[in-house]
Design a protein around this ligand. Structure first.
Ligand SMILES: [Zn+2]
Ligand SMILES: [Zn+2]
Length: 620
């Protein structure tokens, strides 16, 4: 997108600005200063990113020749050549007292008011902004988007910033060539270095010859599935503000928020602590509004603890106070599964669900349920942000999604993080008492977590080569089938699924054995059949380590010593067993040649939770 750099000169001085549409600036300054101002506008127009960078380098200056020279100097500092700026000139426009008619001004102001309201808490690329305006039916803005954006920007009601920001802090002359610059995507936080160096293909921020600005231009590859964030186009940002009522009494009884949901003792205790955290946070919010990051509370709940019900009290509390809530989860199927439960729990609240391709993309509601990617379209929008499965793919080692999640909390808001297997950084913070948290050590049915047994067993590859199951392994599998359990068999690699299915079929010819993985188009059908017990044994990978609950099931992890299975994955897979009250004592086996640290760590974590639960009287 093209933008103008210009100076406005008034009796009391001069200031520099960037404009997408000079007509908006003319109207604005006419309103501000009557006829008593001059505009000096640089020709030609530049890319939006260049215009913003040059503007930041300029200082107020008085005479016209100085101005052009200052512009050229600033341009060279951001890497434009002397030839490129040789033809630059300034044209001057002298203000008149004749601005908009009262009628026109009224129309423009009400249009901007409406635009501002629908943008609150949003962070949008231009095409997303246009999509929102079309959804809102704002014909005027759709037709003259540059004019209205520019006017709202210069009025200070919205912010515009380049999608990709370049870091020129290196300072040395040769590094000012675009190819050696660092770039950062403002939307997803990805950073990269361009040109020359090795590994450039992997850099998330890249250079391309850009059809929009006609020059070499940086864009972000990392968040491309959400639209292209570029150096040359503005992102529209309107920080949200909290509407939460902060006048609640300090001695407010939090019990009322806990009662409605039929929580077990152990669930209620964790939710109660989280509520106290929210309450304390709200009374602190004034001072805290200045601190950079919102406070976090971790709910460390064992697999099968019933965490969805546990978040209801905090959601209710925030909604009751007029606040807005976001629940972010890594996967789309979880969004779709949670939606009806939340709608049922909060029938008078508008629930908006967001995921790739969702129809509610531009709707606003008090309760937003979204895949984490979708958070990139928000800034400081929510008073309570609940982040589900913080350790799971795709958060795990994905700074982009963490960045997105970190941007969306309103200044006085708070985060609640949910996990059965928190990442090490959080576990350390818990141990050092640096992270407020609640442990939910027991499942709602008051039985201990099944503790995994170690099963000495040759590597899977060897069993395949010898074309025979290990005798002990076969015995335990047979025993699980005999007791009527559904049998989960986890293997480390997709390529092992089918060969192992064949081997199991050979050993159990009368049993329906199937395999599935992330590459399997029939996966959800197979999970359904497994739940319905028409499939008895399901061989799979970590793709099913969480989210799937089968009432009566046993878990076998083959090659449990594989580096693919870290302790979190082992805990999650083990967590498939014993989830229902009808069969709380499922069996879990780590079948492996070696005893690894991950296995030991996973067994210790599970045993520790049982000890805590027993001590607190949460299991019988
Ligand atoms: Zn990005
Ligand atoms: Zn461009």
């Amino acid at each position: 997108m093209k933008a103008f750099v210009y100076a406005v000169m008034m009796a009391d001085g001069c200031s520099w600005h960037v404009s997408l549409d000079m007509r908006a600036d003319r109207d604005y300054w006419t309103d501000q200063a009557g006829g008593h101002f001059k505009l000096r506008v640089l020709e030609p127009a530049l890319s939006f990113g260049q215009a913003c960078e040059i503007k930041r380098k300029l200082k107020a200056s008085s005479s016209s020749s100085d101005m052009l020279e200052s512009l050229r100097t600033a341009a060279r500092e951001i890497g434009l050549s002397s030839e490129a700026v040789a033809d630059w000139k300034l044209w001057e426009w002298t203000g008149t007292a004749e601005g908009l008619s009262d009628e026109a001004r009224h129309f423009v102001n009400t249009t901007i008011d409406a635009m501002y309201l629908s943008l609150k808490g949003r962070y949008l690329l231009m095409e997303e902004f246009m999509g929102l305006m079309q959804y809102e039916g704002s014909q005027a803005v759709a037709e003259s988007s540059a004019y209205f954006l520019q006017l709202a920007w210069i009025q200070g009601r919205i912010q515009l910033e380049a999608g990709v920001e370049l870091d020129r802090s290196e300072g040395r002359r040769w590094s000012l060539l675009p190819q050696a610059l660092k770039g950062k995507c403002k939307r997803c936080g990805s950073q990269g270095m361009f040109g020359g160096q090795a590994g450039i293909e992997a850099s998330p921020v890249r250079w391309t010859h850009c059809a929009h600005c006609g020059g070499p231009c940086a864009y972000c590859e990392a968040c491309l599935t959400m639209g292209r964030s570029r150096y040359c186009t503005p992102i529209v940002r309107v920080n949200g503000s909290s509407d939460m009522n902060s006048g609640a009494p300090a001695d407010e009884d939090m019990e009322i928020y806990l009662q409605a949901w039929g929580l077990s003792d152990v669930q209620a205790e964790a939710s109660g602590s989280a509520l106290q955290f929210l309450k304390a946070n709200k009374s602190l919010s004034r001072e805290k509004a200045q601190s950079p990051s919102a406070p976090r509370f971790l709910i460390w709940a064992v697999t099968g603890a019933g965490k969805t019900e546990m978040i209801f009290p905090m959601v209710q509390y925030t909604l009751t106070k007029g606040g807005r809530v976001a629940i972010a989860t890594p996967r789309r199927d979880v969004v779709l599964e949670l939606k009806p439960r939340l709608e049922k729990a909060f029938p008078h609240t508008k629930v908006v669900t967001l995921y790739g391709g969702s129809e509610q993309r531009w709707e606003q509601g008090e309760l937003t349920l979204a895949t984490t990617h979708q958070l990139m379209r928000f800034r400081q929008a929510f008073d309570l942000v609940i982040v589900d499965e913080i350790d799971a793919y795709p958060y795990h080692n994905n700074p982009m999604l963490l960045y997105a999640a970190e941007q969306v909390c309103a200044p006085a808001g708070a985060y609640i993080l949910l996990s059965a297997t928190p990442p090490e950084e959080l576990q350390r913070a818990v141990k050092r008492n640096r992270l407020p948290h609640a442990r939910v050590a027991a499942r709602y049915h008051r039985h201990p977590l099944p503790e995994p047994s170690l099963l000495a067993c040759p590597p899977l590859r060897q069993m395949l080569v010898q074309n025979g199951l290990n005798g002990k392994l076969k015995g335990h599998l047979a025993s699980s089938l005999e007791r009527g359990a559904q049998v989960f068999v986890f293997v480390p690699k997709i390529a092992m699924v089918e060969p192992f299915v064949a081997l199991l079929r050979q050993s159990f010819p009368t049993v329906n054995v199937q395999g599935t993985s992330s590459k399997d188009a029939d996966r959800s059908q197979k999970v359904t059949d497994f739940r319905a017990t028409s499939i008895r044994m399901l061989v799979t990978t970590t793709i099913l380590e969480r989210g799937v609950t089968i009432p009566k099931s046993d878990v076998f992890i083959i090659d449990a010593d594989s580096p693919v299975f870290d302790s979190a994955a082992l805990v999650q897979m083990a967590g498939r067993a014993g989830r229902s009250a009808q069969d709380p004592r499922g069996r879990v086996y780590f079948a492996a040649k070696e005893k690894t640290r991950s296995q030991a760590h996973a067994r210790r974590q599970i045993a520790e939770m049982n000890v805590i639960a027993r001590k607190k009287g949460y299991i019988d």
